[in-house]
Design a protein around this ligand. Structure first.
Ligand code: TPP
Ligand code: MG
Length: 595
């Protein structure tokens, strides 16, 4: 192999990354390896990127996801050939499902080594299967301008596609022959092209015909607005204003951006999940229309309330042309920018003049919400042991302005849905609710912390924390700050809520409860963090708030018990049921509410 072939590949890589930069990509997360040398060295030398070193590809890719989610811009990933590329897969799948822009660059062996038994060579061409928006294969550089042009346009295309709604991951596989680096020659890269700039697509505008049809379906009806998880928060002001015009409640999932924020919260119902655990409420507060923004509901009570039935019309607004209809229940799918949709719909409804639901409708919801909130507080105040629902309240109290709260999968994100209060605060709640893995939660939070100076708090279960302990490494390496509130119930607490545990009590504890007996203090010490056990059964908010001002890593652990956690949840639901029953009694006689 001649030195000039190496110079050609270096030229190709520099052409490629110059276009990435020109197309708006600023951050690249790089994992060590030999085959990726040309990419790594080019990124490290370029000076116009922020390169982030990470050692573990799985953590690295979730770190990139957290960064991209926080910045709302594409982030690149670089790894060597073989299983390194496969370790990016979970985060790529999550990015695909939750619509986060990533440009995944996997270095590869050259074509002649594939399928020959060559070392560290797997079939990388479509290694992420159908979970990327496109899989691009770059050719080996041969010194021709045609190949350089292709590399340049591939870079532009990768960024452009990742940022086209719905945002998502794009894979570029980059083969290299040895020698991988040549210190002697350097050929000029093709200049980046503005003609290849990332197009900024216009927001999808709904047609007036669509707006009229929706307005006809909604005007004067008893409806609810359901706001589901959305990585780049929904237009909260516009939705709040539409809710006021319709006289409808806003059922605000914690990751929707509607439960916490500086928009008007007066129609926000944050207790819908506890409320829907009361069958009588589901019956008496049955809606005629559900207008959904964001992803579909994951809470079973919410899914039950919105399940397809005669007399219910479900309208979904998706600004990215997606089709999020897991129940096959959608009556009308509207592909439109949510803010534009709300404004046009509101104007149409205003012109009609008779658009609001009967006043008893919103009154019922607001009374039920207040009663549920009071009942939950009462139930929690009566408890004499640490309760996982209370952790949510304490974290909410501690969250400073400008903060990001990352909610781990399993019970943290579910308990947030039930217990996290509606908050008039400039804070955002983030999760990995696309594929709901427990594998990269720490790194998602660390990536979010890398994006900005504002505090990041991670609320996470012990198994999820264990799963991504490697993710903590980036905190010290990159001088980041993270507060972890670790809910340690010594295993998978979520499984204690499953009905099947009664059917297999023998196997349950060992194979689902999975107690591990680990003392996380040592893991925190490995990464030079502060570790503290939060004792007692409440009053942790001040310590959590203080931790958000501390540099580096602080882990605050609350120990809970899986079995009693289920009983305590049950106590709360019972109190809510009683309180809501009283509200329904008081509203009885009003149309739709039974005595
Ligand atoms: C990568 C991955 N493996 C397994 C699961 C299945 N799973 C869901 S929740 C859970 C237990 C999580 O335990 P922990 O993080 O301690 O939270 P807790 O249930 O105790 O709240 C498991 C294993 C998953 N979602 N993702
Ligand atoms: Mg646990």
């Amino acid at each position: 192999m001649s030195a000039s072939a190496t110079a050609y590949s270096d030229q190709l890589v520099r052409t490629f990354i110059a276009q990435l930069r020109h197309s708006g990509l600023r951050h690249v997360v790089i994992c060590p390896g030999s085959r990726s040398t040309p990419l790594t060295v080019a990124f490290a030398r370029d000076g116009s990127f922020t390169p982030w070193l990470h050692l573990d590809e799985r953590s690295a890719s979730y770190f990139a996801l957290g960064l991209a989610r926080q910045l709302e811009e594409p982030v690149a990933l670089v790894c060597t050939s073989g299983t390194a590329a496969a370790n990016f897969a979970p985060a790529v799948f999550e990015a695909w499902l939750s619509r986060v822009p990533l440009v995944v660059l996997t270095a590869d062996r050259p074509p002649e080594l594939r399928d020959t038994g060559a070392n560290q060579t797997i079939d990388q061409s479509r290694v992420y299967g159908t979970h990327v928006k496109r899989a691009i294969e770059l050719p080996i550089a041969d010194g021709t301008e045609a190949v350089l042009r292709l590399a340049r346009s591939s870079a532009a295309r990768a960024v452009s596609l990742a940022m086209e709604k719905p945002y998502g991951p794009v894979h570029v596989n980059v083969p290299f022959r040895e020698p991988l680096l040549d210190a002697t020659t350097s050929l000029p890269a093709l200049p980046a092209k503005s003609a290849l700039d990332v197009p900024q697509p216009e927001p999808l505008a709904p047609t007036l015909e669509t707006i009229t049809r929706v307005a006809e379906a909604c005007a004067g009806k008893r409806g609810v607005i359901y706001c589901g998880p959305e990585p780049y928060a929904l237009p909260a002001e516009a939705i709040a204003s539409l809710a006021a015009t319709l006289g409808w409640p806003v059922l605000a999932e914690p990751l929707s951006g509607l439960r916490v924020g500086t928009h008007p919260l007066d129609h926000v119902i944050e207790t819908y999940d506890p409320l829907f655990r009361t069958p009588r409420f589901v019956r008496d507060a049955a809606a005629e229309v559900v207008l959904r923004f964001g992803a579909a509901a994951t809470s079973r009570p919410a899914m039950g309330y919105m399940a397809a039935r005669d007399g219910l019309r479900e309208i979904v607004v998706d600004d990215a042309g997606g089709w999020r209809d897991p129940e096959g229940s959608v009556w009308m799918m509207v592909h439109a920018d949510a803010a534009t949709f709300c404004e046009l719909l509101e104007a149409d409804l205003d012109a009609r003049g008779d658009a609001q639901a009967d006043a008893a409708w919103i009154a019922l919801w607001l009374d039920a919400n207040a009663a549920a909130n009071a009942a939950m507080r009462e139930a929690m105040d009566a408890m004499e042991q640490p309760f996982e629902g209370r952790v949510q309240i304490e974290v909410a109290e501690a969250l400073p302005d400008g903060a990001t709260l990352v909610l781990g999968n399993s019970m943290p994100v579910r308990d947030a849905e039930s217990f996290f209060p509606a908050l008039a605060r400039d804070a955002s709640l983030v999760g990995t609710r696309g594929a709901s893995g427990i594998d990269g939660v720490v790194s998602t939070a660390v990536g979010a912390a890398a994006a900005r100076q504002a505090p990041v708090v991670l609320l996470i279960g012990d198994l999820s924390f264990f799963h991504d302990l490697n993710g903590l490494w980036a905190i010290k390496r990159h001088n980041l700050n993270l507060t972890v509130v670790l809910v340690n119930n010594d295993g998978g607490g979520i499984f204690s809520f499953l009905p099947q545990q009664d059917a297999a009590p023998q196997e349950f504890e060992e194979w689902f409860g999975t107690p591990h007996g680990l003392d996380f203090m040592h893991a925190v010490a490995l990464h030079d963090g502060r570790y503290e056990l939060l004792t007692g059964d409440r009053g942790w908010a001040d310590r959590i708030a203080q931790a958000t001002r501390e540099p580096g890593l602080t882990v605050l652990e609350v120990r809970t018990d899986r079995a009693s956690n289920v009983l305590l949840h049950g106590d709360v639901w019972t109190r809510v049921r009683e309180a809501v029953g009283a509200v329904l009694d008081a509203h009885s006689g009003v149309s739709g509410v039974t005595a």
